[in-house]
Design a protein around this ligand. Structure first.
Ligand code: OXD
Ligand code: MN
Length: 581
């Protein structure tokens, strides 16, 4: 296989010249090709076969212990003008960046095969889908991309028809963290990544293309590329509302997207459209619609069990690639909070010893096709996506943020999103559990200056009078003894129900300076064992704490200088004044 598209052929030839692979292979995405790659990796030890009776067609990949998460300090947005990348990104001048990284790519594929992966982000026949080609020397990346994107022949045919695509060049290099860079060139629609095989750094369709590059394209073309799950909530009458929810990495997006309604909520159903990324477009009637550009899930494994997320738990029992979990004596995958089996080997392949660290890395992952999800929505394949009733922001906050509250209007909603803060998790290298600002959960992923991004968000109010309502949720509030006040998981449906009731104008709310909060009686707590006063605490607004928070949001926004939209600053002032009066 090769291509009729001259620009693609020339690029592949020039990369081969630079990287000097032994072979070049054009991926067609077929089952036979996948089987060949899996056999090759089983032979090399890159993949280990798991118990094929209990986990058919499941494999384990153990990464280099230095290469287990995204590396934000080594991730760059390279634009001609540094202000276009903004204070939210690390910046490098494009020519200097190319020179630096090309020196690392020189000869990097010697003795290896260069794989060309044509892929499509979004349903293959969607006008909102976008195309890309990833070149990599990692067969692990190829088999993951096959699950995460629409990859192969059909994508190549569309690339050849349309002629434009995002160029992604990846090599695992020698995995030396000192020679690791993830670089984005939005003005050239290209990505170069070297020195890591970890999903977020190496599966270039995901964070690099579908968020960083796509957010840049989206601004130019009038849409939004967001770090959001998309979920359909069907009521007992058979009506479905669609919500898009932005939470930082490892804050439960996959669990919410696949929620199983508890027995106390008969007749409710949940349909998953996406668990990580949403591309949002206004249609001709001013309705905001969402597609999921991905075709699979790259989810956090620890904590997944038959109680927390039965759909995910069932789904990852076959045809799944595990990365960095432990194994049992029966050669089944094992992770913390799996609730079945005992670990025999840890994620590094050493015999497991209690007290010697976790068996599975806290950021260990499963890669699986979305079609294996029992709650997969058929509308996930709809070319025009689904109409959104609400946008929901959230973070992991021990205190301050109530269980749920609603913005007064779109502009307030943009401020609410811009003010999102969350405790850091193991999805990125660095300290875990410290609160940091993560506007719209896009801090690691917005491919341009946040100030311009907020202006772009605000501009939607001029284009439609029918925008979704905006909410904020926090499942992670704790009491003074560090116990979670809200049970989370399936019970979160109770909160989604309030959100939907608000969208449909069925329920009132209490107006506070930070937005509309539920009246306690409007959250269904039937059969829920909440500790005493828990709901009251969950729905309380500590004015003194919030004054500090809003002042801190104001200071944070000031950091964006002249490009910060005045409208956003005015909104922050309005909320602060309301808190002070
Ligand atoms: C992810 C992340 O892998 O956000 O989705 O880090
Ligand atoms: Mn994510």
């Amino acid at each position: 296989m090769t291509t009729t598209l001259a620009s693609l052929k020339e690029w592949v030839d020039s990369v081969a010249k630079l990287t000097e692979p032994d072979k070049v292979h054009w991926c067609d995405g077929s089952t036979a090709e996948n089987e060949r790659l899996v056999s090759k990796m089983l032979a090399s030890g890159e993949l280990l076969k798991l118990n094929h009776e209990t986990y058919p067609d499941c494999y384990l990949h153990r990464s280099d212990p230095n290469d287990v998460a995204r590396v934000e300090h080594l991730t760059f947005v390279c634009t001609a003008n540094p202000d276009d990348a903004g204070p939210n990104n690390h910046w490098m001048e494009p020519a200097a960046a190319h020179e630096k990284i090309d020196a690392l790519f020189a000869g990097a594929m010697k003795g290896r095969t260069l794989y060309v992966i044509p892929y499509c982000m979004g349903p293959i026949d969607s006008p909102f889908a976008r195309l890309g080609v990833e070149i990599t020397d990692s067969p692990y990346v190829v088999v993951n991309m096959r699950l995460m994107t629409r990859m192969g022949k059909d994508a190549l045919a569309r690339i050849e028809r349309e002629g434009t695509f995002v160029k992604g060049l990846h090599s695992t290099g020698d995995l030396d963290p000192d020679k690791r860079f993830i670089m984005h060139f939005p003005e050239e629609l290209s990505i170069k990544s070297i020195g890591s095989g970890y999903g977020g750094n190496a599966l270039l369709g995901k964070k690099c293309h579908a968020l960083r590059i796509a957010s840049w394209q989206a601004r130019q073309e009038g849409w939004l590329a967001e770090h959001m799950l998309i979920v359909g909530v069907e009521n007992p009458q058979g009506e479905t509302h669609y919500l898009a929810c932005a939470f930082p990495s490892a804050c439960g997006k996959t669990n919410l997207a696949m929620l199983i309604p508890p027995a106390s909520q008969p007749g409710w159903k949940i349909w998953t459209l996406g668990d990580d990324i949403a591309w949002l477009h206004l249609d001709d009637d001013g309705q905001l619609r969402a597609i999921n550009p991905e075709a699979g899930y790259f989810g956090v494994v620890p904590g997944t069990n038959a109680k927390t997320n039965k759909n995910a738990f069932d789904m990852i029992h076959h045809d799944t690639i595990y990365t960095n979990v432990g194994t049992t004596a029966e050669n089944e995958p094992w992770w913390e909070d799996k609730k079945v089996g005992e670990p025999a080997t840890d994620w590094k392949g050493n015999p497991y010893k209690a007290g010697n660290g976790a068996a599975a890395h806290p950021n260990s992952r499963f890669t699986v096709s979305a079609k294996q999800n029992p709650s997969y929505s058929t509308l996930a394949e709809a070319p025009d996506g689904v109409p959104l009733s609400a946008i929901v922001f959230g973070g992991r906050r021990r205190e301050l943020a109530p269980l749920v509250y609603e913005a007064r209007d779109w502009r307030h909603g943009v401020l609410m999103g811009a003010g999102v803060a969350s405790e850091t998790t193991a999805a990125a290298t660095g300290e875990v559990g410290v609160v940091r600002r993560d506007p719209m959960a896009m801090k690691p992923f917005c491919g341009y200056n946040f100030a311009d991004y907020w202006s772009h968000w605000l501009s939607f109010a001029d284009r439609s009078k029918k925008l979704p309502r905006v909410f904020h949720v926090n499942w992670f509030r704790q009491d003074q003894d560090g116990r979670f006040l809200w049970p989370g998981f399936g019970e979160n449906l109770r909160v989604l129900r309030w959100i939907i009731d608000r969208c449909d104008g069925r329920v009132g709310a209490r107006e506070t300076p930070i937005g509309f909060l539920p009246n306690a009686s409007d959250i269904d707590t039937r059969d829920l064992e909440l500790s005493e006063n828990a709901l009251e605490s969950l729905l309380s607004v500590d004015i003194a704490q919030w004054q500090k928070e809003m002042a801190a949001v104001g200071e944070y926004l000031e950091g964006y200088g002249d490009r910060l939209p005045a409208e956003l600053k005015d909104e922050q002032r309005r909320v602060l004044e309301a808190l002070q009066s």
